[in-house]
Design a binder for this molecule. Structure first.
Ligand code: HEC
Length: 199
């Protein structure tokens, strides 16, 4: 009887110490993970972050329907080789986040960028008597771009899916889409979005 009790006690102590050791090891594992440099910016992305190195980037290859009816975030004019005028539009989630100053943008936010050749308007300029009025002309080669937020699906590219379409609606090749995120990474502090809301 005495022997039996002793065996039970030894077995219990042994099991207990294994549990404690395992818990300690797990805790150490968790704390040795690299600190999230985004300062909690990427909501819920801590788990996916370690995988993101292995996951290859996913891109937006279909035009998002309804984008032409979205609200205006801002406009811009590119000079140089592009020489275009562009509108940046957002779906309702994008507009709400911009107006409330929410960062990072929530999942399902979509930002669209539309561009047109930047041309003087002959009909308007007749009235002005000089080159004063510039308006959108034809669609340039790369007419349309999208940034679609899904922090899990697009974890490899900062939580944004990038898409680009030519004037006929054909998606850009993957090689081109691979260039988007590395440049947008420069504006990580504003969740990879350059455009500010034009009040
Ligand atoms: C060389 C850097 C660079 C590359 C490469 C680049 N972008 Fe941008 N992108 C910018 C800058 C800078 C702006 C703001 C331009 C402006 O307002 O005049 C911008 C703006 C945008 C916007 C409007 C939202 C925002 O962030 O301001 C979208 C959408 C966008 N880019 C998508 C793309 C896609 C899709 C690709 C890849 C096909 C791409 N970009 C490649 C620098 C880049």
């Amino acid at each position: 009887m005495k022997n039996y009790l002793l065996t039970v006690i030894i077995a219990s102590v042994f099991t207990l110490s294994i549990v404690v050791i395992r818990q300690k090891a797990q805790a150490q594992d968790a704390s040795s993970q690299p600190a999230d440099k985004t300062g909690g910016m990427m909501e819920g992305a801590v788990g996916t972050k370690t995988n993101s190195q292995e996951v290859s980037p996913i891109f937006v290859t279909e035009i998002v329907p309804g984008y032409r009816d979205w609200k205006l975030i801002s406009v811009a004019h590119e000079e140089g080789k592009l020489n275009d005028i562009r509108a940046i539009l957002g779906n309702d989630l994008a507009i709400k986040a911009y107006r409330e100053g929410t960062l990072p943008f929530p999942d399902d936010t979509i930002i669209a960028r539309l561009a047109w050749d930047y041309i003087p308007s002959e009909e308007n300029n007749k009235l002005f008597g000089r080159k004063q009025s510039f308006v959108p002309g034809d669609r340039p080669e790369w007419y349309l771009q999208f940034m679609v937020k899904d922090s899990k699906k697009y974890a490899a590219t900062g939580g944004w899916g990038y898409g680009q379409f030519d004037k006929d609606g054909k998606p850009a090749a993957e090689a081109m889409l691979k260039t988007c995120f590395p440049c947008h990474e420069a504006i990580k502090s504003r969740d990879f979005v350059f455009t500010r809301y034009a009040p």
